[in-house]
Write a protein that binds this ligand. Structure first.
Ligand code: 13P
Length: 253
């Protein structure tokens, strides 16, 4: 059975004080309202990780993620954060290849391959992001484009390693725009990705892989998206900055 996951990507938002307040509110709401079969993940910026982990003690279904990591182990990489450092404070997940990093930091599929390897080597779980631009979709190549992102960055993995990966499909045209993929559009892409995974890893592993949807997911559309057979939850941006909205999304299965 694949895991139901709702992950909040805070992006570059919140001071430490604001982050602590938001985390505390989420913890209280999750404890009282969210069933244990839903895994909640909070992905604040690096500066928040140490303080946030302290607020998650004893809460079994909320885990911590970073939004990025270095592909290198350690050394002269000014401004970078290693997976070993993340591991040492209890971070369990790392978002890899978000479209904003692919665009603004010029991250390539090849570099993302290295990041995925480093994350897995240290026992953390990659949340691997993929998704197409509007131009690619309008050109009709979106299935091929997104499947290729998985092929290039993930298909070198052994079965055992691949089983640990979470996928997040985030159509770039839906991120922060208020335009959500329709449930039909989300379902057909998620089904295509799952079939693509099955060609490499077999049906059983593909069926057990969590594929999250991201892009203007809100409390009022989460239910319809999460009802799709191949949508296993969401990677939430804007709505994860409001505790009530985020937890309402987590209750939408
Ligand atoms: P929004 O939910 O703000 O569209 O962002 C989605 C996203 O990029 C999550 O990683």
């Amino acid at each position: 059975m694949r895991q139901k996951i709702v992950a909040g990507n805070w992006k570059m938002n919140n001071t430490i004080e604001e982050g602590q307040k938001l985390t505390s509110e989420i913890v209280d709401l999750v404890k009282n309202e969210v069933t244990d079969d839903v895994s909640i993940i909070i992905a604040p910026s690096f500066i928040h990780l140490s303080t946030t982990i302290g607020l998650l003690e004893g809460v079994s279904n909320i885990a911590l993620s970073s939004q990025n990591c270095s592909e290198n182990e350690s050394g002269a990489f000014t401004g970078e954060v290693s997976v070993n450092m993340l591991n040492s404070i209890g971070v369990e997940y790392v978002i890899i290849g978000h479209s904003e990093r692919r665009e603004y930091n010029h991250e390539t599929n090849e570099q993302l391959t290295k990041k995925v390897d480093t994350v897995l080597k240290h026992g953390l779980t990659p949340i691997f992001c993929c998704g197409e631009t509007l131009a690619t979709r309008e050109g009709g190549n979106h299935f091929e484009y997104v499947c290729n992102q998985l092929t290039e960055s993930l298909f070198h993995l052994s079965e055992d390693d691949f089983k640990k990966v979470v996928i997040a499909y985030e159509p770039i045209w839906a991120i922060g725009t208020g335009v959500t993929a329709s449930s039909d559009q989300a379902q057909e892409m998620h089904a295509a990705l799952r079939s693509h995974l099955a060609t490499k890893y077999g049906k059983e592993i593909a069926d057990n892989t969590s594929i999250l949807y991201g892009g203007s997911c809100k409390p009022d559309n989460a239910k319809e998206l999460f009802a799709c057979a191949d949508v296993d939850g969401g990677l939430i941006g804007g709505a994860s900055l409001k505790s009530r909205d985020f937890v309402d999304i987590a209750k939408s299965f």
